[in-house]
Structure formats: structure tokens, C-alpha cells
Design a protein around this ligand. Sequence first.
Ligand SMILES: NC(=O)c1ccc[n+]([C@@H]2O[C@H](COP(=O)([O-])OP(=O)(O)OC[C@H]3O[C@@H](n4cnc5c(N)ncnc54)[C@H](OP(=O)(O)O)[C@@H]3O)[C@@H](O)[C@H]2O)c1
Length: 296
Amino acid sequence: MSGQSTLLVTGASGQLGRRATEILLEAKAGKIIAGTRDPAKVTDLAAKGAEVRKVDFDDPALAKAFRGVDRLLLISTDALDTPGKRLVQHKAAIAAAKKAGVKHIVYTSMPKPEPGSPITFAPDHYGTEQALEQSGLGWTVLRNGWYQENLLHSLPQVLASGKWFSAAGNGKVAHVAREDAAYAAAAALAAEPKGNARYDITGPALLTTREIATLASEATGKPIEVVDVTDEQLVQGMIAAGMPAFLAPVYASFDTNTRAGNIAIAPGAVRELTGRAPRPLQQFFAANKAALLQNH
Ligand SMILES: NC(=O)c1ccc[n+]([C@@H]2O[C@H](COP(=O)([O-])OP(=O)(O)OC[C@H]3O[C@@H](n4cnc5c(N)ncnc54)[C@H](OP(=O)(O)O)[C@@H]3O)[C@@H](O)[C@H]2O)c1
């Protein structure tokens, strides 16, 4: 990692942003700035040597926060409540970076966000990628695959009931450790850019739902039967189980996307960017057995 540049991470109090900032500080990758809406939440990063700046993409004076920054890690926000809000926020961040003289932006996107994606929030990422291409700035797009940690939202219930209702068919996913995504983001920001680039940030193995179920069963000793359902049955089942009606189609769209093969992306970029072997799902399940069995 180079040691001269001024690097700013947005969303530094979030899970990905905090780890990426810590990794950059540990590597002494340059002058590191932690950008967050709430500086009080990152006193730990300040104690480790980060400068802290208030960064809120909704702030009209945002460009001030990016002064003197060479490269920016733009972490996508979590504002999913209002469709299109994230895109407005990300475009504002890109415009502010340009105004402030930032030379290069690393952005956390998603796999295959192009028009036609069944994923409800894909247009935010596609629009941001387009805005980067049109900005005249240098860019690195990290198309982060689904985190292994996301599985902790659904698998405890699956393990408790013994049934995994799935519309993903034989589609495959290579879930990535958030830790590996943080290392990849830190490496992409720290490296002196050699032009614009896109990377798919995925885990080491492409697995079907049944293969993931087998690994979860092996880790916990609990059986799982995968039950194939249609998208509509999945939505209705999730609503019947208590999920808000607006959220069920969002979750079902992940299965539609997997079934379409949109997320079956060959692993490789994590190692290429970081030199580290990405963490296998088996290892994640073994380390999180208690969380997987929380409903027992
Ligand atoms: N690939 C996946 O499976 C997956 C899963 C979950 C999320 N994501 C995406 O990846 C991002 C990072 O993931 P995470 O796990 O670190 O999520 P997280 O802990 O929920 O963090 C949310 C992030 O959004 C930032 N943010 C929200 N509003 C903002 C605003 N107005 N201006 C600037 N930043 C704002 C927060 O920054 P501050 O609070 O520090 O300002 C924080 O870094 C998420 O925001 C989401 O877009 C991907």
C-alpha cells in the first residue's frame, strides 16, 4: 500500500466502513480520514490515528468535507426506505468530490446491477456506476456480492423450522465475508490507481441453496429440507410469517435473481486485490454456530 495519499472513507461508523478504515490505519496506507454523519461514533478510529470529518451526503455543503482528499471510498448508504433516495445521495457525493478536487472514487456496488435486474435496489447502483463513468473522475467499482452475514437473518428461522422455502432453484451464490469486502475496499483505495476498473467481490465457492443448507446442517447438526416454491408463494409465505408486505418482494427478488444466474459470478477478485484467500462459508458457519441456533 502506498504511504503518501490522503484517503477518505465515507460511512465510517458502519460495519464495512469501520473495518475498511481500521485496515487502512493498520497498513499505514496514507493520511486516513474517517467520514461519518456522527463523529461521536468513531472516537475509536480517531484514537487509532484517523482524522474525523462530518460527512453526510444530504448536506448541501458536502464538498467542504472532501477538501484535500486524493481518493474517496464511497460506501453506498442504507437509505432503502425511499426508492431512488440512495441514487440522489450518491450523485451528490460524486458531484461534491469533483468540486473538491478528489481524483479517484472507489464505490461499493452490487453484482450485475444493469437494467433488467430483478433486485429492487439495483437501479441505485447502476445509476451510481453511470454517474461515475460520466463524472470525468477516476473510478474503481467494487461489485460486492451478498455478505455471508446476511444468512444470519434467515437461517436461524430455517434451522428452527427445518424447512427452507426457496425460489432460487439451482441458482448459485458465492457469499462473501464482510471482512473480505472490507479488505478489498481498503486495498482498492490504498493502491495508486492504474485507470478505471470493475471487480466482483465474492466468496471462494459458488453454491446452490441445497449446498448451503447442507453446510449449515453440518455446522449445527440440525436437518434442513429445501422446499421449492414460486416467487409468488415465497412472497405470500413471508407475509404470512409476519414480514411487512412492502419488504417481502424485496427479499423474494434475491431468489429470482439467483435463479436467473445473475449472482453466479466466478470468485477471484478478493485474492487479486488483497492477496488474501477469501473466507469459506463453512468457516463462517462454524464460527457462528450459536447465532445460527439462536431460535432453539
Ligand atoms: N452486499 C451485501 O450483502 C450488503 C448487505 C448489507 C448492506 N449492503 C450495502 O453496503 C453498505 C455498507 O454495509 P454495512 O454492512 O456497513 O451497512 P451498515 O452498517 O448498515 O452501514 C450503513 C452505512 O450507510 C451510511 N450512510 C447512511 N446514510 C448516509 C448519508 N446520508 N450520508 C453518508 N453515509 C450514509 C452510514 O454511514 P454513517 O452512519 O457513518 O454516516 C453507514 O456506513 C450498506 O449501506 C448497503 O448499501 C450490502
